[in-house]
Design a protein around this ligand. Structure first.
Ligand code: HBI
Ligand code: FE
Length: 294
């Protein structure tokens, strides 16, 4: 039982997280969470109105995907057939484990970094169980089941991406001992959440934060405002990101293979170098850098 899992540790975590998520009360019910913050999804507890909201969110988002989301994402989403209502995570988990060995675990919401990394390192993806309110249709502060499921789960059906997520989890556990959490968090943000990739059909989105958002999925691939730069681990880890607005820079990978390979090395020397320079603002463009064309 790590410090974080003790009742005092859990209370401490929830207090800090409430401060982080702009002081508001955390949405989730953490009272029935176990030491790994896992809860029962209680799928029967969702109302017809919530399933109807899910269908509306799903339909609006799925309509936007062609020409903007990478093919792997679109194909995997179709396989899950989750359009008719809030998915039963156990059923999807049984499908996912056949494809890549990953399973889904139900959680009340955001969990401590240590817990999050431990789940990923063990090929378990934490999915929040609550769904946003109708008035939050277009924007939500904390990740809900639509963000976590629609945005993150499809790519876990791709073996290369799934392996990257497991390595990210292991890297997170290591980063906690090297004071590298800030830098590693930026890597997650600019890839898993807001990553773009080159494909034979052109630039496409693969990041969950983009693919589960009604507005940013169009903005990130059509607006002339943001920078679009080739993915580079150290540049990404040095670059601050925006929490409550569209990103001002997107990083573009050539493939999931590149993401996996480029993030395989030991990050210790990168953390050391980055701890001796200033972080870059989200809209920085360094000498010699040029924006990738749309
Ligand atoms: N918890 N449930 C959940 N989902 C996340 O995406 C998540 C988290 N806790 C921490 C976290 N993400 C980020 O701080 C990662 O960079 C670790
Ligand atoms: Fe996310």
């Amino acid at each position: 039982m790590g410090a974080m899992e003790s009742p005092a540790g859990q209370a401490e975590f929830l207090k800090t997280l409430e401060e982080k998520s702009s002081g508001g009360k955390l949405r989730g019910d953490y009272s029935r969470a176990d030491a790994q913050y896992v809860v029962k999804q209680q799928w029967d507890g969702y109302t017809d109105a919530q399933h109807e909201l899910w269908r509306r969110l799903y339909e609006r988002q799925a309509r936007l995907l062609p020409g903007l989301a990478c093919e792997v994402f679109i194909d995997s989403l179709k396989k899950m057939d989750a359009s008719r209502g809030i998915p039963d995570l156990e059923k999807i988990s049984a499908q996912l484990v056949q494809a890549t060995g990953w399973t889904l675990v139900a959680v009340p919401g955001l969990v401590p970094d240590l817990t999050f990394f431990e789940h990923l390192a063990n090929c378990r993806f934490p999915v929040t169980v609550w769904l946003r309110e109708p008035e939050e249709f277009d924007y939500i502060v904390e990740p809900d089941i639509f963000h976590d499921f629609f945005g993150h789960v499809p790519l876990l059906f791709n073996p290369i991406f799934a392996n990257h997520m497991q390595e990210y989890g292991k890297g997170g556990l290591k980063a906690m001992t090297l004071d590298g959490l800030t830098e590693l968090g930026r890597l997650y943000w600019y890839t898993v959440e807001f990553g773009l990739m080159h494909t034979p059909q052109g630039l496409r989105a693969y990041g969950a934060g983009i693919l589960s958002s009604g507005g940013e999925i169009v903005h990130c691939l059509t607006s002339p405002e943001p920078h679009r730069l080739p993915f580079n681990v150290e540049r990404v880890m040095r670059t601050r990101y925006k929490i409550d607005s569209y990103q001002e820079t997107y990083f573009v990978i050539d493939s999931f293979e590149q993401l996996f390979t480029d993030t395989a090395p030991d990050f210790t020397p990168i953390y050391a170098r980055l701890h001796s320079v200033d972080a870059l603002p989200a809209n920085a463009l360094l000498a010699g850098e040029t924006d990738l064309p749309l």
